[in-house]
Design a protein around this ligand. Structure first.
Ligand code: ATP
Length: 310
């Protein structure tokens, strides 16, 4: 349904997206995961015809996005990262305005406004000015605008950044419902691993403009079948201890939050003994050690050497 081949975008001398390929089937929820600056927004802006690729091509339902931007826009609903509605209008007035831009009018528009307000849970506040909304409500009206013309495909760029947990879970449930009840195809970009784990059938992991891994979650986790995640609570992080752990030949990555250190290491009993020795030599105590199976976050860490929040 959506196919991107060798998609690239350069801004002056900077290559934001470097020859990526996507294939997305109808009815899938696909996650595009990566840290800030990975190239996610640029990639989806090319898919939705808002940015012209430097190289490569995107087709949606076999129609070229670059050659026929007008005809593919009717299939697409795009939820941008920024709130793209008028703050001095009410939600209903905003929806009327954008509905007319989609050439909806009269009773059809009125009915659809009622429906989308219901979908995003803003029926009760429809006649309040958007500037008086909470951050989460503004994000929801942003989504409602994208749904007005019954798109087959919804492209969402980090739709839950900076909002309260309740609005966040409301948005996640709305995305699931749209997918299940209307078979809507959804591309969901995020740097929140847990959202992608919860929502997405398949995931593309992007870093520095490239797709560094893709697949179903289980397939991605299988990248680390030879590894364990080891979480060690030290009494403190002494000088040099992180470097020594990182230098261990069986350890592929080390991150820490205070004195809690997470290692990804080959499944080998030697590692635990060596951690103990390293701690002893650094004069710190081991307060607890937990060995876990790797998560999607660990896969990301293994592939990039960084956590998503870095
Ligand atoms: N219009 C532009 N002009 C110049 N550079 C740009 C432009 N848009 C994006 N970039 C650069 O391209 C790279 C990728 O940016 P992009 O916004 O696609 O990343 P992202 O993964 O969506 O990150 P974020 O979550 O911060 O939006 C960044 O280095 C960014 O600074």
């Amino acid at each position: 349904m959506i196919e991107a081949v060798n998609l690239s975008k350069s801004f002056k001398n900077h290559e934001a997206v470097k020859g990526v390929h996507f294939f997305i089937e109808q009815g899938e929820i696909v996650g595009l995961l990566g840290p800030n600056g990975a190239g996610k927004s640029t990639a989806i802006s090319m898919i939705s015809s808002l940015v012209k690729p430097t190289e490569g091509e995107v087709t949606i339902n076999n129609i070229s996005v670059t050659k026929n931007p007008g005809s593919i826009r009717r299939f697409l609903g795009v939820v941008p990262q920024e709130i793209a509605v008028f703050q001095d209008l009410t939600a209903r007035e905003n929806l009327k305005f954008f509905g007319r831009a989609y050439r909806l009018k009269g009773k059809t528009l009125k009915k659809r406004i009622t429906e989308v307000l219901e979908i995003v849970g803003l029926t009760d506040r429809a006649d309040d000015l958007v500037k008086n909304y909470s951050g989460g409500m503004k994000r929801r009206i942003n989504i409602a605008v994208a749904l007005l013309h019954h798109p087959q495909i919804l492209i969402m760029d980090e739709p839950t950044v900076g909002i309260d947990p309740q609005s966040r879970s409301y948005i996640l449930e709305t995305v699931r419902r749209l997918n299940r009840e209307e078979n809507m195809t959804i591309i969901y970009t995020s740097h929140y691993m847990e959202e992608v784990e919860y929502l997405c059938d398949r995931v593309y992991i992007m870093d520095h403009g490239e797709i560094i891994a893709s697949g179903r979650q289980a397939e991605l986790q299988a990248i680390l079948t030879q590894e364990n995640t080891i979480v060690v609570q030290f009494s403190r992080v002494a000088n040099g201890i992180l470097d020594r752990l990182q230098a261990h030949p069986l350890v592929s990555s080390v991150t820490h939050q205070g004195a809690a250190v997470t290692l990804i290491a080959k499944k080998d009993t030697e590692v635990l003994g060596d951690i103990f020795v390293i701690a002893q030599e650094a004069g710190v105590q081991l307060q607890s050690v937990e060995v876990k199976s790797p998560t999607l976050e660990d896969v990301f860490l293994h592939l990039t050497g960084r956590t998503l929040r870095n």
